[in-house]
Ligand binder design. Structure first.
Ligand code: ZN
Length: 250
């Protein structure tokens, strides 16, 4: 499904310091990160991961959302959007970690205080695969929408984890990747605010209706904050953030 088959030197030179690879799942956070990167960098590629997620519908949202975002701004964003890459980890990740995100288990908190939607090592693997693609494609910055402020308690979303990963990837691949986390210190309300700043009401509306967060993959109901079951932790977080943002801007 990747369209990066054009021959490139290997190992390729960096395309430009202003090139980026966005981890783009099709959710609210990564959609905002894509707009953020398109606003800043000359060349932006995206990567998505199939890992056997229950909300596989998220992957189907990616393409329309990706092109929708790039089409919002005058030609600038469209010209900057490059290839999309899909990494299929469905067999490996669902075989290793049976969690509520990849199996039909009830979503709940486990004894160690983490929700059982936590897929061990998932973000570490995503970043490693992303860096391998960035290496091959000559992309310097790797943008991920992880967040420590308003998150689900996943330890691989923490700033310290990302900093350690940046060091490990740079040592292990002998590159100078920069891991960018524009949402790290923003809560979900501030993430909506950032979307408004980057792309105005049109971007907010696109993210509201075309991005997907619900863990159960429910897109049958459109709420003021977007599609979802309205009851899972991802819907809760998204609704609370949207309502807080609306209150702050009222
Ligand atoms: Zn939901």
């Amino acid at each position: 499904m990747t369209d990066d088959t054009a021959p490139r030197e290997f190992p390729g030179p960096e395309r430009s310091p202003e090139s980026a690879l966005v981890l783009f799942s099709g959710g609210q956070d990564s959609a905002t990160c894509l707009a953020w990167a398109l606003d800043r960098y000359d060349h932006v590629e995206t990567v998505g991961f199939a890992y056997g997620q229950r909300h596989v519908i998220e992957l189907e949202c990616r393409d329309p959302l990706r092109h929708g975002i790039a089409g919002l701004s005058a030609a600038k964003w469209r010209e900057r959007l490059g290839a999309d890459h899909i990494v299929d980890m469905a067999t490996s990740l669902s075989a290793i970690g049976a969690t509520a995100l990849t199996t039909r288990t009830e979503i709940a908190m486990s004894a160690d205080g983490l929700p059982n939607t936590f897929v061990p090592g998932r973000n570490l693997l995503f970043l490693t695969f992303a860096a391998a693609i960035a290496y091959r494609r000559g992309l310097r910055r790797i943008v991920t929408g992880v967040c420590e402020t308003d998150y689900s308690g996943y330890p691989d979303c923490r700033d310290d984890t990302i900093k350690a990963m940046q060091l490990a990837l740079n040592l292990g691949m002998q590159r100078r990747f920069v891991l960018e986390t524009p949402l790290m210190w923003r809560d979900k309300a501030a993430t909506w605010k950032l979307a408004q700043t980057l792309g105005g009401a049109a971007l907010v509306e696109l993210i509201r209706t075309a991005s997907h967060s619900c863990y159960l993959g429910d897109r049958s109901r459109l709420h003021p904050w977007g599609y979802g079951c309205g009851a899972c932790p991802a819907c809760d977080l998204r609704r609370a953030g949207f309502e807080r943002w609306k209150m702050e801007t009222a």
